[in-house]
Design a protein around this ligand. Structure first.
Ligand code: DON
Length: 304
């Protein structure tokens, strides 16, 4: 089997399907992207790097950044982190408020917005310069200096961020937010606004395929156990109310974002990033999901 051929074939097959998705219009700035863009890039442990389509173009990684804030917070707090956020799938939409009331402000997992807002609060309490320190962490992980927040997107999201503000204030009322909601939200909107290409993303996420070590310089970011646990969380919670479907059809730990990006990891083998901006009704990239299903089916490279 030739991975490059499998990727090329899957790319061309999915490129021409009828895209039934829609752009994420609830963040006004995200409607300004070219919805025809479609890119894929794979990075493997044995150093294959291969991309097709718009894999050099930067896009808003949105919720994919939640894996990176979680990595940093887990690094800082260790197992104490799980007092602030649980590790169960929510079975609800990414921005849902419903479970928080009965579960006393402890979010179901770090990938729904509620959980990611708590993780942002943990970082605010523990970093001297949260925005700068987090960005430097991401740059180190990806071995690239070319990564930035998008002020335009962060401002656009802040201007309509009523639901995230509600989540943050609600969690604060239960005592599970330490900092000022306005500061937590500012950091949260910024981290969601990070812009990266498929190539940068698949390179960055290789550490989760490599037992917690960066491939480029063998730096340990997480312990093996922590790495396994983050992969487990991506497997069970990475696609919100569509996590079961992703495990069923694709069979990899992964994480999506409303910018239309998806990252997926095969422990010990590879990381693959896909970007196609139009989203299905669950908020995950329509073509991205279809591409990964085709890729793992044809390559037989899923974890199951
Ligand atoms: O908070 C939000 O709504 C966005 N910044 C992130 C949501 C997101 O990416 C959900 N992903 N599928």
């Amino acid at each position: 089997m030739n991975i490059k051929e499998v990727i090329q074939n899957a790319y061309h097959k999915i490129k021409d399907i009828d895209d039934k998705g829609n752009l994420a219009s609830y963040i006004p700035e995200l409607e300004n992207v070219n919805s025809a863009c479609f890119g894929v890039h794979i990075s493997t442990i044995d150093t294959l790097n291969f991309g097709v389509g718009n894999y050099h173009d930067k896009f808003s990684i949105q919720s994919i950044a939640k894996v990176l804030t979680l990595t940093m917070a887990y690094n800082i707090l260790g197992e104490k982190l799980w007092k602030r956020v649980k590790v169960e799938p929510s079975g609800t939409a990414f921005n849902s408020l419903v479970q928080l009331e009965v579960e006393n402000g402890i979010p179901r997992n770090p990938f729904i917005n509620a959980g990611a807002i708590v993780i942002a609060d943990v970082l605010l309490s523990n970093l001297d310069n949260p925005k700068e320190d987090f960005l430097n962490f991401v740059k180190t992980l990806s071995n690239s200096k070319e990564i930035c927040y998008s002020e335009k997107i962060a401002t656009s999201e802040k201007s309509v961020g009523y639901r995230n503000a509600a989540l943050c204030n609600f969690i604060k009322s239960f005592g599970n937010i330490e900092n000022k909601p306005s500061e937590v939200l500012d950091f949260y909107f910024n981290l969601c606004s990070l812009e990266m290409s498929c190539k940068e993303l698949s390179n960055l996420f290789l550490f989760l395929a490599n037992d917690g070590f960066t491939l480029a310089d063998n730096e340990q970011i997480l312990t093996r156990s922590q790495t396994k646990r983050i992969n487990a969380l991506m497997q069970t919670c990475g696609f919100y109310d569509e996590s079961g479907e992703f495990a069923f059809k694709v069979g990899l730990p992964g994480k999506s974002g409303v910018g239309g990006g998806i990252i997926a990891v095969h422990p010990k083998q590879y990381a693959i990033a896909v970007w196609s901006p139009k989203l299905n009704e669950k908020g995950n990239s329509y073509k991205g999901m279809r591409f990964l299903e085709e890729f793992t089916t044809e390559s037989k490279l899923s974890i199951f």
